[in-house]
Design a binder for this molecule. Structure first.
Ligand code: THU
Length: 139
């Protein structure tokens, strides 16, 4: 993946983070999901007074994209933190499982602090021995 594409995706994730609704944790997360046709879908975390209805930035991006008919993905950039983006923000286990449903082995997970400072992981690295659609035999 070209540096320019990655940098742009990280910038979009930072933009998405500005939309985060996180009054309870104060931890704001943004995600930018690149689909196979080059479209970018943004997501932020959305918390709730009843706590459990809250949603992570990554799943917001996936579900928004899928509802728009895009189900094939190349990469996601993720940024998060309470104040400055000084720490890496890795996806939670539930979001990794959602990636397992829709993403192939080539899918790139970009964990960023800014457009020049990021690391790239694959899903098998973050979810080894994951359970996915291929494990369920058709009836
Ligand atoms: N969160 C995300 O949106 N994505 C992550 O990768 C980790 C955690 C959110 C959930 C919650 O709103 C807040 O961050 C603190 O856990």
């Amino acid at each position: 993946m070209e540096n320019k594409v990655i940098e742009n995706l990280v910038e979009k994730a930072i933009e998405a983070r500005n939309m985060a609704y996180a009054p309870y944790s104060g931890f704001k997360v943004g995600a930018a999901l690149l689909d196979a046709s080059g479209g970018i879908h943004l997501g932020c975390n959305i918390e709730n007074a009843a706590l459990t209805p809250g949603n992570c930035a990554e799943r917001t991006a996936f579900f928004t994209s899928i509802a728009q008919g895009k189900r094939q993905f190349s990469a996601i950039a993720i940024v998060g933190g309470a104040d400055n983006l000084v720490d890496d923000c890795f996806p939670c286990g539930v979001c990794r499982q959602v990636m397992m449903e829709f993403c192939g082995e080539g899918f790139q997970i970009i964990i960023a602090q800014n457009p020049q400072n990021y690391r790239i992981f694959t899903l098998p690295q973050l979810l080894p021995h994951g359970f996915g659609p291929g494990h369920i035999s058709p009836k």
